[in-house]
Design a protein around this ligand. Sequence first.
Ligand code: CO
Length: 132
Amino acid sequence: MLTRIHHVGVAVADLDESIGLYRAALGADLVHREVNEREGLEAAFLRTGDGEVELMSALRPDSPVGKFLAKRGPGLHHVAFGVTDIGQALADARAAGCELIDAEPRMGMHGSLIAFVHPKSLGGVLTEFVEI
Ligand code: CO
């Protein structure tokens, strides 16, 4: 059911500059770029072999990513696992005592169902499930 690490999310100050850096330094290909007005972020997905990196920049300082950048600076934001049944993954995480940020799956970018688990539940790492 849990398949692999699907992507890692990295908060960045300048999305264009970071895309250029990841392309030049890692040879990563830009596969998708999307503005999410509701979440106040713009994200770019770059393929890195079997997985992806999600670069995220803030549209507004008061958005969640804007607050993250103000508080912690650029860096690792979340780790996302691919799951075949996101409802079951959430039920299992809840049963294991994890605090869920999303009690129900919601539509994320890429048109995939996603849900987040609170970082305090999994070693201080914000964790995302992506249904694949
Ligand atoms: Co993500």
